[in-house]
Structures are given as C-alpha cells and as structure tokens.
Design a protein around this ligand. Structure first.
Ligand code: PEP
Ligand code: MG
Length: 926
C-alpha cells in the first residue's frame, strides 16, 4: 500500500509508513518502516507522527491530540496479534521500547525506555515463561530506572545510590554477579525511590505507562538538551520539526546461549574490505556492549559459536547492501535463534574504505559509476594524500590557527630558517619552522622543515602558499601564539614553547599541539586512481595545477593534473643561491647593472622552464610574469638598521685594534701578546667591514626608496614590468628559448604567458610588444616560430569591467580570485582571516570565508560578467581560475556552471578538484 500521509492519521504501523517521509515519521521511524517493507525481520512496531507531537506541544495544557490514544490502542492490538503476546497480560507478556526520533538525528535528545509493559503481574508472567527470574527482575529494574528517569524526571543518582547499596550488601563488585534476589530487591527499592520522589506510586497500568512515555518523548523536543542541540547545529523547523515516537516490540539478546546482540558494518569501515565487520556478545543486551561490561567478540567467531546464524547474518548483509546501495552500519539481536535487525544506517567510513568500496561496489554491479563518484565527498580524499593525526589519539590543542596547508607534522620548534636547515637538513632532525610570518629568504627553512607554523598571515600568506606548493603542512595566523624569534621562544598564554620543544601541527584543522602526536601515513591506493579516472571521464572542467618548481610539477602529474595553470615565477627566485642575484637586480643603480644581474638569472630561469615543460609535456604550462612588490625580496628595514649599527661598532673596534697593533711596535710587549693582537687584526679587516657597511647602506636606501604604505595595491605585477621592462623581457626570453630548445629536441610544449594585475588593455599591449620583439628574434635564431599563447590574469575589478577590450589582446583569462576577492570586498587577504572574518562568520554576517569559498554572489558575478563580455570579443577565449578557490569543491561547482574551461589549484588539491569537477558535472545533469 502506498501511504504517503493520510489526513488525520497519526499512527503508522511499520508495514504502512512511507520509508522516505522522515519529516513525518522521523529518521528512525521512516527507517524502521522501510526495513520492514523490504522484508527484513524487524520487531513489529509503529510510529506516532511528528504532526501529533506538534499538536501536543501546541495545545495549551499539553494534552495528547484527541483520539490519539485510541489509535495507539488499535496498533497495540495489532502488535498483540503479530507477536502472539498480550500487552499487560501475564501470559506471554508483550513488552515494548519507546524511542524518540526526529527528521534529523539528534544524538542524546532523549534516552530510550526499554521493557515498557512490565508490572507486578506481567513480571510473574515473564518469570513463568522464561524460567529465569534473574532475567525478569533485571528487565524490571531497568524499566523502572529508565522510565523513572526519562518519563518521571527522577534524578539518576537516587537509583544509582539504591543500586550500590544492594551491591554492597550482597558483597558484589560486578553487576553480573548480582543474584535474582538482589535484582528483586533493587526493583523494589527503585519503586520506592519513584514513589518518594514523585509522591505517587509507580504506574502499574501498561497503557498509562505508554501514555506517560509518549508525552515524555514529545516534551523532550522542547527540553533544554534538544533546544541547545538545534541551536548549535543550526537546525531550523524546515529541517526538523517535532519528534516522532517509535513503539517497538522488545526482543532480548539475553535469553540464554541461543540469544545474542551485536553491531556490524556490511564492509570493513577502515579498509573497505567486502566482508562483514563487527562485534557481538552471546546472551547479552545491547547496553552491555556499549557499557563495556563484557568484551565483545569479533563477528568472525559467530559462525563457530552459533553455526546456524552466520549464513543468516550474511544474507542480511547482502539484503541491506542490495537495497540501500550503500555500506550499512546495523544493529542486530538474536532471540532464541531468531535474527532481528533493529536499526541500519549508512556506515561512516574513512576515505580509504570509501574509495575501495565505491570501486568494488561498482564492479559488483551494486551501484553505478555515477553513484560511486557521488557517494564520496571530494574533501575526504585529502585523508589519502597527507599524513594525518592518528584519530585514536585524544589530545587538547594549545592554539588554533588557519588550516593553511593540509597534513599533520611533528618536530622540534625552531625559530629561524638557518637553524632549521642546520638541524633539519644537516643533522636529520624533524623540525617545525615557527615564525611570526615568513619571507622568501626563509625558503631553505621550508625545505628542511616537516611543517610551518606562523602566528600571522592568512591562507594566502607567503607561508601558506609556499607550503601548499611544497605539499608540507602549514598552520598560519595562529594569533594566540606570540613568537619571539630573537629569544627563540614562543608563548601561548603562560605556556612556553622553547627552541627544541616538540610540537605537532595539523594543517588540515589549523590546530597546534604540544608534544608529539602519532600520525597516520597517507595511502594513495590503486582504487583511488581508478575512481579518479572515472571522475575525469565524467567531468567537463580540466584540472590543472599551481606549480612553481619541477618538484611541484612532478607531484601535480602524479596527482593527475593536465597542465600547469599557474607558475608563480617569483617563487623560482626563492632559491638561496639565486636570492643574492635577485637582490643585485633590485638594488642596481643603473639599467646596465640591472641587466648584468638579469643576464645571470636568465640561464637559471630558462633551465627551470625547460624542466617544467619536460615534466608537463605535452600539456600546457602557464607562466606568470613577476608579480609581487619587489621589496618583498629585500630584508626588513629595522633589521638592516640594527645590523648597520652593529657593523659601525665593529668598524670602530677593528680600527681600534689596528691602532693597538701599530702602537705595540712602540712599546715593549711580550711576543705572544703581539702575535695575538696581530691575528685579531687580520681576522677582522677594516676594509672588509667598510665594504659591508657600504653594501648595507645601499640596501637600506633601496628598501626605504621602495617602501610603500600599501604594497598589495602598489608597485607590483604588470606595473613593475612596465617600470622595469628588462625584468619581463628576461623572463619572456627564458620562456621562449626554453620552449624553442624543447621543440628542437622533439618535446611537445605549450607555453602560455600570462600577465598579472592587469587593469587596462594598454598594459597588455605594452607587454605583448616585448613578447613580439623577443619572439621575432628567437624565431629568427632558431629558424622556426615558437608557438605560445598570451593571456592575462583577471584579478582586478576594472579588468572584469574591461573584459571585452582585454580579450582583444588576451587569448586566455585566468581568474586570480585571491586578489579579486580582496579587491571586491576591500578586505586585506593578509589580515582579514584572523581579524574580523571569524566574527563575521560566527554572527552570520557572512556565511563563509570568501578567501576559501568563492563568493558566488559578488566575486562570482564579476567573473560571469567578465566571461560573457570577454567571449563577446573572442568567442574561443579560454577561461580558468587559479586562485585558491580553484581547489575548493563548491567553488569548482560554480566554475563548472559559469562555463570555465579549467580550474587550477595546488598539486595537493588536484585529486580533490578532479572529484569535485566530476560532482559538478553529474549534479548539473540532475
Ligand atoms: C590570485 O590572486 O588569485 C592569484 C592566483 O595570484 P596570487 O595569489 O599569487 O596573488
Ligand atoms: Mg594575484
């Protein structure tokens, strides 16, 4: 019978309720109906609807809706018929459980009442029927206790006290050692506890018990626990309104050695293996398993202990999976050799198990490829790509920062890059580099460290971007930590972290821990490869990588990127061997001096590009010309001032030593003393010191000259390239020569040059003119044209507005949504995430962090406009995204819908993006 919802009907037998109508029947109730209707052996029962609950709660005196108890009585009669038992009858007494259940699972909203229907008469019936007074009294005392607590509000401790007194009197430590007479005494004491506390005898009439229990469940919806839970989890009435009441025939797993209880997964939730996984206990109740009174046995043993049951359990497993097409986590009870399924829900599994079961269930024909892809949340895959904290270890974090680059790492805290290199690379120690923030000059510390922790900066800070590129864990902007690099220590409140102290960081959650916490290694399985292959077939968007070095590029290829969507060339200057040349280029006083430095950089960049092209061949490599404010490569002004002061002091000292050694020739001094002074003089040559002072002063002058109040909006990107065209020319030459070299060697290459921070087509025209000049010369030299594409970053609001004219110059657009988000909101990408954004998110002013989740309404709207206008002037305009959002699943969904051609993200996010791109395509079809 197809009963969706019948007007006026408030109670549904499990055979008749609509298994999909969770709003009306609650999740548990709907599930019990569905299980019953697919032929599982569920103990008979019925559901009282959430509508009845709402009517009850709305009634001024909290009265049950008229006629409800008559309906309930009718269903109780039906239960009696189905079970052959009688409710309140001493012969074959029918006992039931009463449980709450709303549309959404709300753990702990209300406890379950078990064994309802017991009273002095039915108790005797149970004893007579089972011949087991211990069992009957145990059931009775559990009922009084639960009913007393849940339905009558008797404090639990009163029952506990009475229970302990009897145990003490009986000289028993474990509950299981209590005799039937002890449990009888406990039951009697419990009855007195209830009467003393409520002023009324414990209700003996089973229907009165049932009515009180139903009201108690309804009332629990407005109880503090439930109200707080809904507020905390933002559960609105549209999501869940009112609770249903489930009345279910009791079955007992503690009726002897032919009875048992257990919980199981249809597949192993840790590995995904296609085999029943779980635990059981013979002659026990579910509670015993949960309470840990007895240690349950692995389900494998059930076959030898209850041989008849194993095939039945296996059949149940198959039935569950065939019907739900999903791995199930189910509870069962065996009562006198009859197997009952009490509950089932989708099993929660780790990523490895999800991926394996997806691939295997597809191969078994259980689910389609589409289902195999859609049942896994893309973000979950990160578990398989990075080490993570052992989920079994419980530890309290000492600080919380931003999850800037995923993965967990443990090591000793080291506060500067040189020491990190010394201890990490040279002495093989595991090191966490701890800084206020990082700069390009810290890069060698990154290489040597297991992970990076900073107290300042956001998810797009230098530390975050570089760590992500390298695939190293990073927690950024942990503002609760105050770092004192000079003293090599940090403080979290009163807690000190000194150099050499072990710390653990979790870049997936942003948490920081003291001490060492065990980590679990990642597991890139063959099944993951298969699944991602299916994802690529389903997706329309291509997934490229943001990769700056050949090592990043190799990782990107391994993770399945089909090209490089962004190579930030400034990161190539990070190498400690190159930084001095870059600094020379910056401090150069004339174009000639600058050219000399650039001439030394050219072969290095060319070699880098060649290697990138080779690794990525035949896929495209998109190289962005230099972007950051140039002063980023220079040392800090205050540090320079400090160092200069020290050099001046050293200058005076060396001059003093020179005077002293000269004076010694005039006075009588022992030979040993003279030799010592002489060696000191030779050690610090005043000329060397003067030289160093001159260099530092030039540097300081340059740092001051380049200082900008607002560098992010200052002399960076294409503006720099137009001020110092020789820098861009060198980079363009390096790219095109590398491409020509590769082509000559027969390697297929597709270089793409993109210009950052563009706001007007005039800028693009200017840079294009450099490109054309250089290309012409190289083509002539190599004797063949160099093929490449020329395009622009779109990361400035004006660029979106001028998309039509930009597209006349650019063959492709690459949305830099990090800067575009900053520009659209006027929020600093460096500071917002650890200043006011958390408050904005908590108070609901903004739903998400726009630097993480693409702001579809604002930034997304600009993107849509730019795409539409850009394609107006160039219909085949290729469009992608390379901001951090390119690796974020819901942002990828938007990119799919906005008709982008590709997303580009850090190598580490590539697998997540591949699955998300497939989800986007599949969900767009539905
Ligand atoms: C961007 O702005 O989104 C971008 C990719 O460039 P960067 O993060 O290097 O500024
Ligand atoms: Mg940018």
């Amino acid at each position: 019978m197809d009963v969706k919802a019948i007007v006026g009907k408030r109670v549904y037998a499990f055979e008749e309720g609509d298994g999909k109508n969770k709003k009306l029947l609650g999740g548990k109730g709907a599930n019990l109906c569905e299980m019953t209707q697919i032929g599982l052996n569920v103990p008979p029962g019925f559901v009282i609807t959430t509508d009845a609950c709402l009517d009850y709660l709305d009634s001024p005196l909290r009265r049950l809706p008229q006629g409800l108890m008559e309906e309930v009585r009718g269903h109780m009669r039906a239960l009696e018929e189905k079970t052959g038992k009688g409710f309140g009858k001493p012969e074959h007494p029918l006992l039931v459980s009463v449980r709450s259940g709303s549309a959404l699972s709300m753990p702990g909203m209300m406890d379950t009442i078990l064994n309802l229907g017991l009273n002095s008469a039915t108790l005797q019936g149970e004893i007579a029927e089972t011949g087991d007074p211990r069992f009957a009294y145990d059931a009775y005392r559990r009922f009084i206790q639960l009913f007393g607590k849940v339905a009558l509000g008797v404090p639990e401790k009163l029952f506990d006290r009475a229970f302990e007194e009897v145990k003490h009197k009986a000289g028993v430590v474990e509950d299981v050692a209590l005799a039937a007479t002890d449990l009888q005494e406990i039951s009697e004491r419990f009855l007195r506890v209830v009467e003393e506390h409520t002023g009324r005898p414990f209700p003996d009439d089973p229907f009165e018990q049932l009515e009180i229990a139903i009201k108690a469940v309804f009332n629990s919806w407005t109880g503090k626990r439930a109200v707080d839970y809904r507020a905390y989890h933002h559960i609105t009435p549209e999501m869940a309104n009112g609770t249903a009441v489930n009345v279910v025939t009791m079955v007992f797993g503690n009726r002897g050695n032919d009875s048992a209880t257990g919980v199981a997964f249809t597949r192993n939730p840790a590995t995904g293996e296609n085999k029943l996984f779980g635990e059981y206990l013979v002659n026990a109740q579910g509670e015993d398993v949960v309470a840990g009174i007895r240690t349950p046995k692995p389900i494998d043993r059930l076959g030898s202990e209850m041989p008849g049951m194993a095939p039945q359990l296996e059949a149940l497993r198959q039935r569950l999976e065939t019907h739900y097409q999903e791995v199930q986590d189910f509870e069962f009870t065996i009562e006198r050799d009859i197997l009952y399924c009490l509950q089932t829900r989708n099993g929660k599994m780790n990523a490895t198990a999800m991926v394996r079961s997806s691939v295997e269930m597809e191969r078994e024909g259980l689910i389609s490829r589409e289902q195999a892809l859609l049942r896994i949340q893309p973000d979950m895959l990160e578990q398989m790509l990075f080490p993570r904290l052992d989920p079994l270890v419980r530890a309290e974090p000492i600080a919380q920062g931003l999850p800037a680059s995923p993965g967990a790492a443990c090591g000793i805290a080291i506060f500067d890059a040189d020491r990190a290199e010394q201890l990490g690379r040279d002495m093989g120690q595991k090191v966490i580099l701890v800084r206020e923030e990082t700069k390009p000059e810290d890069i060698h510390g990154f290489f040597a460290a297991q992970g990076i922790l900073t107290s300042r900066g956001g998810k797009t800070s230098h530390a975050a971007v570089v760590a992500r590129g390298m695939g190293k864990p990073c927690v950024a902007g942990a503002e609760g930590i105050s770092v004192n690099v000079a003293r090599r220590e940090a403080y979290v409140g009163e807690v000190a972290i000194r150099e050499g102290d072990l710390i653990t960081i979790d870049g997936t959650t942003g948490k920081v821990y003291r001490g060492q916490i065990a980590t679990v290694e990642p597991d890139f399985t063959p099944e993951l490869n298969t699944l991602l292959g299916w994802a690529d077939e389903a997706a329309r968007l291509c997934v490229m990588a943001n990769a700056d070095t050949p090592a990043d590029a190799r990782r990107a290829v391994k993770f399945g990127a089909v090209g490089i969507g962004l190579c930030r060339t400034e990161r190539m200057f990070n190498d400690p061997a190159r930084l001095p040349i870059v600094i020379e280029m910056i401090v150069a006083e004339s174009p000639e001096e600058r050219q000399a430095a650039l001439d030394r950089l050219l072969p290095m960049q060319r070699a880098d590009f060649k290697e990138l092209f080779e690794v990525m061949s035949p896929n495209p490599v998109t190289i962005r010309l230099l972007d950051p404010p140039i002063h980023e490569f220079l040392p800090d002004e205050h540090q320079l001032e400090r160092e200069l002061r020290e050099l001046h002091r050293l200058g005076e000292t060396t001059r003093g030593i020179a005077v002293l050694s000269g004076t010694l020739s005039l006075i009588h001094a022992p030979a040993a003393q003279r030799a010592e002074i002489e060696s000191m003089r030779r050690l610090v040559d005043p000329v060397l010191v003067e030289d160093a002072i001159a260099k530092k002063e030039t540097m300081l002058r340059k740092v001051r000259a380049l200082h900008e109040t607002n560098p992010m909006l200052g002399h960076r990107g294409v503006r720099l390239g137009i001020s110092f065209p020789e820098i861009y020319r060198m980079q363009i030459r390096a790219i095109l020569e590398a491409a020509a070299d590769c082509a000559q060697k027969g390697i297929e290459v597709h270089p793409q040059i993109k210009v950052p921070q563009v706001c007007t087509a005039q800028e693009l025209k200017k840079v294009k003119s450099y490109v054309d000049e250089v290309e012409e010369e190289i083509s002539a030299r190599y004797g063949h044209p160099v093929s490449f594409k020329f395009g622009t970053m779109i990361e400035v609001v004006r660029a979106c507005m001028r998309a039509e004219s930009l597209a006349q110059e650019a063959e492709f657009f690459s949305f830099g949504t990090n800067d575009l988000t900053q520009a659209t909101f006027s929020f600093s990408r460096e500071d917002a995430e650890n200043k006011f954004l958390p408050l904005y998110n908590q108070s609901g002013i903004l739903q998400d962090n726009p630097f993480e989740v693409l702001d579809v309404k604002g930034v997304g709207k600009l993107m849509q406009i730019a795409i539409e206008w850009g394609r107006k002037s160039r219909p085949d305009l290729h469009v992608g995204i390379c901001g951090e959002h390119g690796g974020h699943p819901s942002s990828i969904r938007f990119c799919h819908e906005a008709n982008l051609d590709y997303v580009s993200c850090s190598a580490a996010r590539v697998p997540v993006a591949r699955l998300a791109a497939a989800h986007a395509a599949l969900l767009a079809r539905t």
